[in-house]
Design a protein around this ligand. Structure first.
Ligand code: FES
Length: 264
């Protein structure tokens, strides 16, 4: 590879050096960039999967899509857009030009934009004035006109069984995907045992995984899980164990999650 600089473009390869279709890794100003040659056109994106930082250039290239070899997220090589789970954020794309028989790349400095599914969540949406602050308010009954009627507790109304706890956990949503952790396939197991400390109440242990070991939402998901299940009247304590084996894969998602994320 021949590296020269022209203005802010860097010559990274000769045109004939990369097969069509083909891909290679190039160094542009100290950054590792995945360079693609498809249909007579060259495209350049960061060699970084936005799910968990995996390198992209070793993945399978199909038309204008590159699949991350780690967990299968797909990106559009023309724009860097994230096309499938578990990535929701675009990777950076860069300018490419052909000149003097060479391929030239100019880095774009702006951060990759958030994908459409990204939300600032985990934060419970603000309730309208006067409405309940209960995060389960959308499933609670409409308040009646009788001021003395107690508001039903929808969590404590659920049976304290594995199915009931999975139902409770549908209230806990991934802050980037806005899909609940049950439908994402993050709950590996639920164990319920009599509490040693509180007679008549239960100790709940939940085995949970993350979509990646470095998932930034992990502490929030653990905290929300403890808060929701711990609000059941018969629960004395909630323990969350993070399990990374077997690792999470997108095929653990339910049809409901796939529909919500637009994956077919
Ligand atoms: S690191 Fe690429 S899909 Fe997980």
């Amino acid at each position: 590879m021949n590296f020269q600089e022209s203005n802010s473009f860097h010559r990274v390869a000769d045109i004939g050096e990369i097969a069509d279709p083909g891909k290679t890794l190039v160094d542009v100003d100290g950054e590792m960039i995945a360079l693609f040659h498809v249909g007579g056109q060259f495209h350049a994106i960061d060699d970084v999967c936005t799910h968990d930082g995996g390198p992209l250039v070793d993945g399978e290239l199909i038309d204008h899509k590159i699949a991350c070899p780690r967990h299968g997220a797909k990106f559009d090589i023309r724009t860097g857009a994230a096309l499938s789970m578990p990535a929701v954020r675009a990777t950076r794309s860069h300018e490419v030009k052909i000149e003097d028989g060479g391929v030239w790349v100019r880095l774009r400095n702006e951060s990759a934009p958030l994908g459409p599914a990204a939300h600032t969540i985990g934060t419970v949406p603000a309730a309208p004035s006067g409405a309940s602050q209960n995060p389960l308010a959308d499933t609670a009954s409409t308040p009646t006109a009788t001021p003395t009627s107690p508001t039903p507790d929808p969590i404590s109304a659920l049976p304290l069984s594995e199915d009931g706890i999975r139902e409770m956990l549908k209230q806990v949503k991934d802050p980037e995907l806005f899909v609940n952790i049950v439908d994402l396939g993050l709950i590996y197991g639920v164990t319920i045992a009599a509490s040693a400390e509180a007679t008549g109440r239960q100790h709940v242990s939940i085995d949970m995984t993350m979509t990646s070991p470095a998932c930034p939402a992990g502490p929030q998901l653990i905290g929300d899980t403890k808060r929701v299940v711990g609000s059941h009247a018969d629960v004395a304590a909630v323990e969350v164990r993070i399990v990374m084996d077997p690792p999470w894969t997108p095929d653990r998602m339910t049809e409901a999650a796939r529909d919500q994320l637009g994956i077919f």
